[in-house]
Design a protein around this ligand. Structure first.
Ligand code: EPU
Length: 436
């Protein structure tokens, strides 16, 4: 499957040229949730036949996940209107192998482990490395899969999992890891007997994966709570499923309105998925009004400073953090933003300083002294959300900015240029060839 993104755009010297200083008005249509769809694509391994996924965002990570599935013998076809058809062959025709070249590109590739073990009782996968924002182990995934009956050996950078059968059991997670919960659910749906996961992740994307599995014939209860109960079933049927809207995409648009002022209808934005964030923002001068099929956000003055800390859902998500740090850079007063999940998620702070922000890192806190205006400058994205935060900040800065690292943004955002351009932001993708 190709969305054409990799071929047409992602070269090292590409950049976004941003001319800042335009208030934003209009309607922003929230894309489908990246952190749901990637796992839902992995879940198609669990049933042979033709799966139909709707509201799939056209982003690079979807393309890479499709490539990974195709390398295993599945086929993926992008149809009109964000509809993806994935055809899964009989188990004998699935190759349970995830190559280094693909695994190192996206973290979500680790979620093929659960479905492969469930369906084929075998999975070989390149060990995922660290990430641009820190050490990202998979011990919670492996320990849980072991307690279901899998064994693992590691050699030459690959991990090989096997199981003669998987048996339901009680699993207590050390931390409510998002993708570990996804992986365990997908392993347990076809296991013998009942699996109970304590301290499970509660993110809307985890619920959405569970709902899709249930629509395929699985028996999962407790979705959205910290205790999930999964009764194993012998077989699942192919999925026909619409993916939820992406709350981080919605938060990106909100951050842009905060920094540029304006009034934007966030179509498909789901308030209950973003409750803690929206309550916090409402307390510092961001106006949010629920509307049919979304909500409106408007901001007409500098927001107040705030103290914000990230936590697993329902807390304020770590993925909002770079956007919040950017938004606080022009708030009125001193803010403290605390990251509690990932150790190194502050690389963009130096880049925001290049745009004129006044902020300093102290351990896992960023202390931000709000300035009136940022100034355009060349900056570089180091991961998806950092990239989005820099782009948003650049749209509000005086003068022109150059944002490098375009592939990071394309990994998680469909057509940033048009979707924010339609609101009034001036962003242009400049390809390497054109810039010489
Ligand atoms: N952790 C472990 N061992 C594990 C798994 C996790 O120690 O086996 C630790 C991590 O090191 C981290 C914490 O647990 O300190 C949270 O990690 P979690 O497993 O919940 O994160 P993840 O599942 O790897 C997903 C999203 C991230 C998002 C986090 C937190 C996907 C593909 N990724 O990662 O999204 O930040 O949950 O909500 O779903 C993004 O979209 O840009 C992104 C990075």
């Amino acid at each position: 499957m190709t969305l054409g993104l990799k071929d047409s755009k992602a070269t090292a010297g590409d950049h976004f040229k941003v001319t800042g200083g335009n208030p934003l008005f209009g309607e922003f249509v929230v894309q489908g949730a990246k952190n749901a769809v990637l796992k839902q694509m992995a879940a198609t391994i669990l049933a042979s036949g033709e799966h139909h996924l709707f509201n799939v965002p056209k982003i690079l990570d979807v393309e890479i996940m499709a490539e990974l599935l195709e390398s295993m013998g599945l086929t993926c076809q992008f149809e009109e209107d964000h509809h993806v058809v994935i055809t899964t062959p009989a188990p004998d025709d699935i190759r349970p192998f995830a190559d280094y070249e693909l695994v190192e590109k996206i973290r979500a590739s680790v979620t093929v482990l659960g479905p492969l073990l469930a369906r084929l009782k075998a999975a070989t996968m390149s060990l995922p490395g660290g990430d641009d924002f820190g050490h990202r182990p998979i011990d919670i995934h492996l320990n849980a899969l072991k307690s279901l009956g899998a064994t693992f050996t590691t050699s030459h950078g690959y991990i090989e999992g096997k199981a003669s059968r998987l048996d339901g059991t009680t699993i207590v997670l050390d931390f409510p890891s998002h993708t570990a919960t996804d992986n365990i659910m997908m392993a347990a749906v076809l296991a013998n007997g009942t699996t109970t996961i304590h301290n499970a992740a509660r993110e809307p994307e985890v619920i959405d994966l569970g709902s899709m599995l249930n629509s395929m014939g699985a028996a999962i209860t407790g979705l959205g709570s910290s205790i999930l109960r999964i009764e194993g079933v012998p077989i699942l049927k192919p999925a026909n499923y619409r993916i939820i809207p992406d709350r981080i995409d919605a938060a990106t648009a909100i951050a842009a309105v905060i920094m540029n002022k304006g009034n934007v209808f966030i179509r498909h934005g789901v308030i209950r998925h973003m409750d803690m964030l929206l309550r916090k923002l409402a307390g510092i001068g961001v106006n949010i009004h629920p509307d049919n099929n979304g909500f409106t956000v408007w901001v007409n003055k500098r927001i107040d400073a705030a103290q914000i800390a990230t936590l697993p859902y329902p807390g304020i998500a770590t993925d909002y953090l770079p956007l919040l740090v950017a938004a606080m850079s022009t708030a009125n007063g001193e803010s403290i933003v605390t990251e509690n999940l990932f150790e190194g998620r502050f690389k963009y702070v130096d880049e925001l300083r290049r745009l004129g922000a006044t902020m300093a890192i102290h351990g896992h806190h960023v202390v931000i002294k709000g300035v009136e205006n940022l100034q355009g400058a060349p900056v570089k994205a180091t991961d998806i959300r950092a990239g989005a935060a820099l782009l948003v900040a650049a749209t509000s800065a005086d003068g022109e900015s150059k944002v490098l690292g375009t592939t990071h943004i394309q990994r998680g955002y469909e057509d940033f240029v048009t979707r924010f351009g339609d609101l009034g932001a001036k962003i242009e993708l400049v390809s390497n060839e054109n810039s010489c």
